[in-house]
Design a protein around this ligand. Sequence first.
Ligand code: ATP
Ligand code: MG
Length: 397
Amino acid sequence: MFRSFLIKYGEIGVKGKNRYIFEDALMKQIKYALKKVDGEFAVTKDQGGRIFVEVKSDDYDHDAVLNALRHVFGVIAFCPVVHVEDVSIDNLRKEIVKYVDAVFEDKNFTFKINTRRAHKSYPMTSMEVDAALGEAVLTAFPGTKVDVHHPQVNIRVEIREIVHIYSQEIEGAGGMPLGTNGKTMLLLSGGIDSPVAGYMTAKRGVILDAVYFHAPPYTSDRAKQKVIDLAKLVSDYAGPVYLHIVNFTAIQMAIYEKCPHDELTIIMRRYMMRIAEHLANANDCLGLVTGESIGQVASQTLQSLYVTDSAVSSMPVYRPLIGMDKQEIVDMAEKIGTYETSILPYEDCCTIFVAKHPVTKPKREIIERSEKNLSDVIEGLLEEAYATEELVIVGRG
Ligand code: ATP
Ligand code: MG
């Protein structure tokens, strides 16, 4: 019954030339989201800058459209719209009753009709249309009542060549359209946190590349597949994600053999950061993103974060979860749909490489001194890791 969807988007920071960039990015992203929905759609913009999804096919999957639109950053809300071609008032009376009948299961509510005429040539004023249609609803559904100040339901009627009727507003994902704020490199593991960190970054309009470090045979193919699956889930919001899979085994082994065991984790983390930074520079990314939050684990004390961070010299490291509690992160993971996959049991980091008592307050100088033990081999190992990188593109191209 709905033939189009009116897209409501934020106006903040969307003035002048930026407005077109914002709107074009938004429309592109809506088209992307609709690619996986059965049916044919067009995304249009009218002179007033209002964006619509128009249904072109006779049949389409309505719920799938709602679900797709909920995944588009920059959309604050959207409204399913009914089209009426015969604009005569007698027909509109019938159509408004049909509309209320179909949309509201419970017909006990207060409402208001809000008519706008794009063509002032219409033979009635907006207020006359309001009154005529209001009366039609009241007559058909005795449980309804008009309340012009605080109606529970605001039914909008827009008269143009055809008439649009809508009243429902479905909450969107908010944020900024993807592609309006550059690109970053997400360190994506199989855990709960980093997919959420990726979501939060993409929400601000930032395109994601991602890097996953695996350590075969210590980490399994299933662990790798889990990360690919997580990248796919994130890409439902974040558009196609270029996932760089880096073989970290030899570097991890070298650290294990040559560095103090209580420093393994922090040194490993520093090499992950260095490799991510290298890939970020090679792929036009302007920052790194991790799922760290202060104090969550030994490697995320303020001292550890300081030492991890100091391995990166050419770009900022963003940590969108920095002040969140684990439970808040879990709630968010559930909301965005990554939690179920994140908690699958496959190890993403080999346990033999994790010290029983890792340093919780590492000192930068001491860690740097330990890393000197690697100086004979590390360049070659890094070259090897870059050379054997596997690129997986997830999402609908
Ligand atoms: P997560 O739930 O995201 O795995 P975590 O609580 O397990 O986080 P750590 O294992 O200490 O925390 O990792 C901290 C961050 O480092 C992760 O959020 C992620 O950004 C990055 N990271 C850790 N392991 C890997 C990996 N194997 N590949 C890519 N990034 C990783
Ligand atoms: Mg982890």
